[in-house]
Design a protein around this ligand. Structure first.
Ligand code: SAH
Length: 480
């Protein structure tokens, strides 16, 4: 081990920062958080440091560095642009047994400032021993994304009840299980849901109750987005990391499932192509069974759980059975497909609203309000529509939507095999059949769809002879 890790209590201890630029300001900002008594010495100060001096938060020694600045300080940070000056500060500081950090110069430093993840009072510090600070920073980002933002509040709560917890759970093994429960169960979930009072009540109840708190199962409905793992939210990633059981739609990719905890049980539900289909009541039964057994269940769905995902029914079921739940939104297919083809769903001139429509079977297509859907100046995003293109087209045109209205049909949106077909409503069924577009595909219809012609940037754009005939939106044409 090259370096000895330590966390220093700097509150009200004098610290010297030499340098007045941005780097000095950055270092000062962290020292301020730690409550140090900071003096900054430099001929001139940048705006941020100047502001802190004016606010009385730091002291200022104007002018060139002097050895006397080192008197009485515990730590020194040398952040000047001159290496010889930094070296002199380090040498003089070390002669007086001060701890000195020269920014980005491990050879001159006697201590280094780690990359930090701050969930105060929890701190995670990472050091590469000066070998590769960039890599340490990358690692920091990874860990940052895995640690729940609510951890800080949990630790503060635990800190306040520490002696009561210790008294109540005197046995070390039992106490450890209590802390596991605190971290893994309803208390952290309440903090995450921004309900600190409820979290505290739950903790107090667990202290009053004379049994060891039992792990209570829970279900998180998680939207996995349209397929590209990069479109998962950090919250979704954390839920996947904590899950004991994952009930996922068949369409969820291996790449996304691989982000889950290694030892989590994965159960595929829902249908893929013509394969088997788990009926909704069986999914409900599975959710209940695993949650009742005290497990943390993730119900992972494509896109967003509340957009044509039956998430509402699952939530209702969980609620009536008293199972704790959370919902993590996902990027829904319409939003993703629009982004991945360069199509803005709304537009000041061409589209004042967006409608998310499902057309999954003959029956649902017959039930749609065609007069409403055929209106101008709106964008339609049609889910599950590839089997019904003929009917959709007929109805829209019959109800007054122009045959020249542009569309974009996106197959496997956001996935490496994405294909994008563009054209006009009148030719939609023919073009889709010619290119054998299959599910999953998203149909976006409306003036905005013409943007795909020029703004498309991901995957394959299926060209067809009539492309040239499609007018680009006016402002784009003007720009060209
Ligand atoms: N809850 C999901 C929708 C489920 S319905 C969401 O919010 O996105 C399934 C339909 O979504 C598919 O038939 C298709 O129309 C659309 N869809 C889902 N993933 C898609 C993708 N990667 N590309 C294009 N369409 C997609």
């Amino acid at each position: 081990m090259q370096l000895y890790p330590l966390f220093a209590d700097l509150s009200d201890r004098p610290v010297l920062v030499v340098g007045g630029g941005d780097v000095a300001a950055r270092k000062t900002s962290m020292l301020l958080k730690a409550g140090a008594k900071i003096t900054v010495g430099a001929p001139v100060l940048g705006p941020q440091l100047r502001e802190w001096v004016q606010q009385g938060r730091i002291a200022y020694l104007p002018g060139a560095y002097q050895s006397a600045w080192l008197d009485g300080v515990w730590l020194v940070i040398a952040a000047t642009r001159s290496r010889p000056l930094n070296a002199r500060i380090a040498a003089e500081g070390h002669a007086l047994q001060r701890w000195v950090n020269v920014v980005d110069d491990p050879a001159l430093s006697s201590f280094q400032v780690p990359a930090l993840i701050d969930r105060s009072p929890l701190l995670v510090a990472i050091s590469s021993g000066g070998a590769a600070p960039m890599l340490a920073r990358r690692l920091r980002e990874r860990i940052e994304s895995l640690l729940d933002p609510a951890l800080g509040s949990l630790l503060q709560l635990a800190q306040r009840y520490r002696s009561r917890i210790r008294a109540r759970y005197a046995d070390l093994g039992v106490r450890r299980r209590f802390y596991d429960w605190l971290h893994d169960d309803i208390v952290l979930a309440s903090l995450r849901a921004s309900q600190p009072a409820r979290a505290e009540q739950q903790l107090v109840a667990a202290l009053d109750d004379y049994q060891e708190p039992k792990q209570q199962g829970s279900v998180v409905l998680v939207g996995a987005g349209p397929g590209d793992p990069g479109l998962l939210t950090l919250r979704a990633l954390r839920a996947l990391n904590e899950a004991d059981v994952i009930l996922h739609d068949a369409l969820i990719s291996e790449e996304i499932l691989d982000l889950a905890r290694r030892d989590a049980t994965r159960i595929s539900v829902g249908k893929r192509g013509g394969g088997t289909h788990t009926p909704q009541p069986s999914i409900h039964a599975l959710l209940l069974e695993h949650a009742k057994a005290g497990r943390r269940v993730v119900r992972l769905k494509g896109g967003d759980p509340f957009v044509f995902g039956r998430g509402g029914e699952e939530l209702e079921f969980l609620r009536t059975h008293g199972i704790a739940y959370e919902v993590v939104p996902g990027i829904t297919a319409a939003v993703a497909c629009a982004a991945y083809t360069g199509v803005p769903l709304t537009h000041r001139d061409h589209a004042h609203s967006v409608r998310l429509v499902t057309a999954h079977c003959q029956h649902s297509v017959d039930d749609l309000d065609w007069a409403e859907l055929a209106r101008e100046k709106q964008t339609l995003a049609i889910y599950m529509g590839v089997g019904q293109l003929e009917k959709l087209t007929q109805q829209l045109i019959a109800h007054g939507r122009r045959a020249a209205t542009p569309f974009v049909l996106v197959e496997n949106g956001s996935l490496p095999q994405q294909r994008t077909l563009t054209g006009t409503l009148g030719e939609l069924p023919t073009l889709a059949a010619r290119h054998a577009i299959g599910a999953p595909a998203m149909l976006i219809l409306g003036e905005v769809a013409a943007h795909a012609e020029v703004a498309h940037w991901y995957g394959e754009l299926l060209s067809n002879p009539s492309h040239q005939a499609i007018p680009a939106p006016r402002h784009l044409a003007d720009a060209a």
